[in-house]
Design a protein around this ligand. Structure first.
Ligand code: ATP
Ligand code: BTN
Length: 326
């Protein structure tokens, strides 16, 4: 109920005009006091709404909302209008939403995007901050016919797909940090979260989530504990998020299909050309253990290669973090 009312308030305010509490209340069949509480909840989601006595509520900037028909118009130009796309306003997490649809209510490539996530997550249960209407929060379902071993390297494959989509605006500027992070100018702009369900052998299911910072509100940026960036800090023109979403979907579908047919090995050279730490001194952190070495890229399965004492060891994803060393 609250969600439906809040979604209607957002749609009414999106054009950027003043709307009084009375008008909103009459339109939605609730009291002015209730409207005031909903507005408070919306500002906590990152919407910049202010109130002027005698005029009502107004958004600081008009909002260009995600719209299914606009995403489809772009997808059909890219020959991908057969992919199912759901657009949500408020959601817990786009990954959780698709995971709940497994196994019967979902098809390969099916995608969910949202304006706001109240439980967006990163790796190892870390929070992914998801202010309303500011960024991209997108998840795609993919099935793995030969089991979970096929999932190895998937976050690297998606790193290339997101790089393809970002490079539409910013050619040759994306760097990839093994296993799941995307950087521009040395700062994190996007993260990938791959979640799996099913058997080691036989059919298994995969939900791939990507969060890409487009225009970070100050109040959110202050809460992030490592250097971050957003697309609008590097691109002159306004970013059309609907067009961007369509490019992300088309590129993810294309890379996942390529991975299914040829494996990660076909993309290894490209990955190394964007690799943030290639041949640099790094440390890997596993729990409270740190190992120093020289980072030598990734192997054909997507494991990272660490040179230490003249030996090269392969390190697989999971609970490992990679950091540069000055
Ligand atoms: P690693 O996976 O190697 O440990 P990491 O520190 O980037 O790297 P992740 O779990 O991949 O950890 O990503 C979460 C981190 O990403 C957050 O702790 C934060 O520092 C950073 N970040 C950048 N943009 C956002 C965002 N919009 N919301 C939340 N975190 C963000
Ligand atoms: C990371 O860097 O740790 C991964 C961040 C992944 C965030 C995205 S946003 C869309 C999808 N839904 C989630 O809850 N998480 C992913």
């Amino acid at each position: 109920m609250a969600k439906a009312i809040q979604e209607k308030i957002i749609k009414t305010l999106a054009q950027g005009d003043f709307v009084s509490g009375q008008q909103l209340g009459d339109k939605l069949g609730v009291s002015r006091a209730a409207i005031s509480n909903h507005i408070k909840a919306l500002t906590e989601m990152g919407l910049d709404i202010f109130r002027v006595t005698g005029k009502g509520y107004k958004l600081a900037q008009p909002l260009s909302l995600l719209a299914k028909e606009k995403i489809f118009a772009q997808l059909s130009q890219l020959n991908h209008d057969d992919i199912i796309v759901e657009v949500h306003s408020l959601i817990d997490s786009t990954n959780s939403y698709l995971l709940r649809k497994i196994p019967n209510q979902i098809s390969k490539g099916q995608t969910c995007v949202a304006e706001y996530q109240h439980a967006g997550r990163g790796r190892r249960g870390r929070q992914w901050l998801s202010p309303f209407g500011s960024h991209i929060y997108l998840s795609m379902y993919w099935s793995l016919e030969q089991g979970m071993s096929q999932a190895m390297g998937l976050s690297l494959v998606i790193g290339l797909a997101i790089s393809d989509a970002i490079e539409h605006y910013l050619p040759n500027q994306v760097e990839l940090k093994w296993p799941n992070d995307i950087y521009i100018a040395g700062k994190k702009i996007a993260g990938i979260l791959v979640e799996l369900e099913g058997q080691a052998q036989g059919l298994s299911h995969c939900v791939i989530g990507v969060g890409i910072n487009v225009q970070m509100p100050d109040s959110t940026g202050e809460q992030i504990d490592q250097p971050w960036t957003d697309l609008s800090s590097h691109v002159q023109q306004a970013i059309d998020r609907n067009e961007f979403v369509a490019h992300i979907i088309a590129n993810m579908y294309k890379r996942l299909t390529q991975h299914q047919q040829e494996g990660f090995v076909a993309m290894l050279g490209e990955w190394h050309s964007k690799d943030l730490f290639l041949n640099k001194a790094v440390k890997i952190i596993t729990g409270d253990k740190e190992t120093l070495g020289t980072y030598r890229g990734v192997n054909e399965q997507g494991a990272m290669l660490l040179e230490n004492d003249n030996k090269i060891i392969s390190v697989y994803g999971g609970e490992v973090s990679l950091r540069g060393v000055q």
